[in-house]
Design a binder for this molecule. Structure first.
Ligand code: NAI
Ligand code: MG
Length: 495
């Protein structure tokens, strides 16, 4: 794992304190109430954001409705150019954006931010939204399809990777000609606000991107509740995803959901463990395990079980942790709720009879005293029905489950409600082919842990991990609806 140490001083130039973006204006919430955003390493307040509710969301929808016709009618190449310009500004502000996200998420530097690249990938699709020509029953008729934007759309994103989630959702939606109302997570809203500011500076017109901040049950709930929202995107927990879907059902609003996972890492006896062990340890500790794709279950064939557990323990003990600006591998969890949630899962693992191999608690004192830290934790002899083997922990907690053969590996790997990512570690092409087909997941990695190395892979879930795909070559199409046009001259003969 490469470590660099970003400066702890945060540049203020792209931060807007206490305000949100509606119709191109930086405004407080209607009620004037605010929420504190804290640094999860020490609970220091780093900014305040508006605590908005339905009234603010209504204002944002008004602004987005006003902006829609001109944005829809702007030629697609001009829309693409504005997105490219936005990507350029993001790149020019890489260091500031990176530090802002590090600070609010509490994450040590984890490599170059992907946002500019993600946005360019999307911008390239903006003027390639095409329909098809259709066969017709007579030569007088022309038949074709148009792909049109929905209108005003909504997006709700979580706190674990606010920058990438913001550009993925917003970029694709507006590239298609929609205008959007976004609600970032109350724990990590600053990067989205900063990115929206850069979009405005890039020349994306006022009202095309609106960012309303606040709590989920207030500002968040108001978005899918509005019949004026024509399509929704949501990333977060299955519980909240189900509430969003119910709200959308009431208004018959289409949506996509990305709801996390319980991703298995299936390790066969012929696996290259020098490759697999560090990748699995990194996979569950990167971003403190707060990644929907995190490989949280090691499903290992019994003949190499002991070696895998021993080497994983050694590897996880090497993971260093501390505040984001120190040269460490892992930061704290995002907030108090997640901290007690993750510690609760560790407790459940112990109670239900799993063997704690390493970690298992919150480090005390010194740099850790005030932060939401938890040790990299490894459980062995986990059985597939235990809570820690079934539920998404969203923390650096890895469960090892031993199996006897390939069939059992498939059964256990597929034996949760989730189906986001699955990995297979083997040198045997036959196993790789069979497992790639058998695993119920939206993404399968063979000899890699987080779906690494692919550009433009569609991302999304099977089963309760959600539906719809983002990030692929079709991501802009997902934000369009299809219109079939049949066109005949006046007076043409009847068919
Ligand atoms: P959450 O799903 O409640 O929050 C995600 C977003 O939804 C936030 O912006 C939040 O403000 C908003 N929200 C919450 N309640 C809402 C409502 N009633 N209506 C509209 N929007 C609402 O997730 P939370 O509580 O932060 O985390 C709990 C668990 O969810 C985590 O431990 C993890 O297992 C899972 N999760 C999965 C994520 C993923 O990437 N798929 C991201 C974040 C959490
Ligand atoms: Mg925070």
């Amino acid at each position: 794992m490469t470590i660099t140490s970003p400066s702890p001083t945060l540049s203020e130039s792209i931060l807007v304190d206490g305000l949100q973006l509606i119709g191109g204006e930086w405004v407080p919430s209607v009620t004037g109430r605010t929420i504190e955003v804290i640094n999860p390493a020490n609970r220091e307040v780093i900014a305040r954001i508006p605590r908005s509710d339905a009234a603010d969301v209504e204002a944002a929808i008004d602004a987005a409705e006003r902006a829609f016709p001109a944005w829809r009618d702007l030629n697609a190449t001009a829309r693409a150019a504005l997105l490219f310009r936005w990507a350029q500004l993001i790149e020019e502000h890489t260091a500031e954006i990176d530090q802002l996200e590090s600070q609010e998420v509490g994450r040590p530097h984890w490599g170059p931010p992907p946002m500019a690249g993600q946005l360019r990938f999307i911008a390239g699709q903006a003027d390639k939204v095409q329909g098809v020509s259709l066969p017709t029953y007579s030569p007088e008729t022309l038949g074709f399809t148009l792909r049109e934007p929905y209108g005003v759309v909504g997006g709700i994103i979580p706190w674990n990777a606010p920058g990438p989630m913001f550009v993925t959702e917003v970029g694709a939606a507006i590239a298609a000609g929609n205008t959007i109302v976004m609600k970032p997570a109350e724990d990590a809203p600053l990067t989205p606000l900063a990115l929206a500011k850069l979009a405005l500076e890039a020349g994306i017109p006022a009202g095309v991107i609106n960012v309303v901040t606040g709590y989920g049950h207030e500002a968040g709930a108001a978005i899918p509740a509005s019949p004026r929202i024509r399509r929704m995107g949501f990333t977060g927990s299955p519980f909240t995803g189900s509430l969003i879907m119910a709200a959308c059902a009431k208004n018959l609003t289409p949506l996509h959901l990305e709801l996390g996972g319980k991703s298995p890492q299936v390790v066969f006896p012929d696996a290259d463990l020098d490759q697999a062990i560090p990748a699995m340890a990194t996979g569950i500790t990167l971003n403190t395990g707060q990644i929907c794709a995190a490989g949280s279950r090691v499903v290992v064939l019994r003949s190499i079980h002991d070696e895998v557990v021993e080497r994983l323990a050694t590897q996880m003990q090497k993971i260093t942790y501390g505040p984001w600006h120190q040269p460490v591998n892992m930061g704290p969890l995002i907030n108090e709720k997640q901290h007690s949630r993750v510690l609760g899962y560790i407790e459940a693992g112990r109670k239900e009879g799993a063997d704690l191999v390493t970690g298992g608690g919150a480090p005390q004192g010194g740099d850790y005293g005030n932060g939401f830290f938890v040790q990299p934790t490894l459980f062995d002899n986990v059985s597939p029905d235990m809570t820690i083997a079934q539920e998404e922990i969203f923390g650096p907690v890895l469960s090892v489950i031993a199996v006897d053969d390939e069939q059992e590996a498939v059964r256990v790997a597929n034996g949760t409600d989730y189906g986001l990512v699955a990995s297979v570690w083997t040198r045997d092409v036959g196993i790789a082919v069979r497992m790639s087909r058998a695993l119920q997941a939206g993404q399968v990695g063979v000899n890699n842990a987080l779906g690494a190395g692919v550009i433009g892979g569609p991302f999304g879930g099977y089963k309760n991990s959600g539906f719809g795909r983002t990030m692929g070559a079709d991501s802009v199409l997902e934000w369009t609806q299809v219109k079939t046009v049949s066109m005949r001259p006046a007076g043409a003969p009847r068919i």
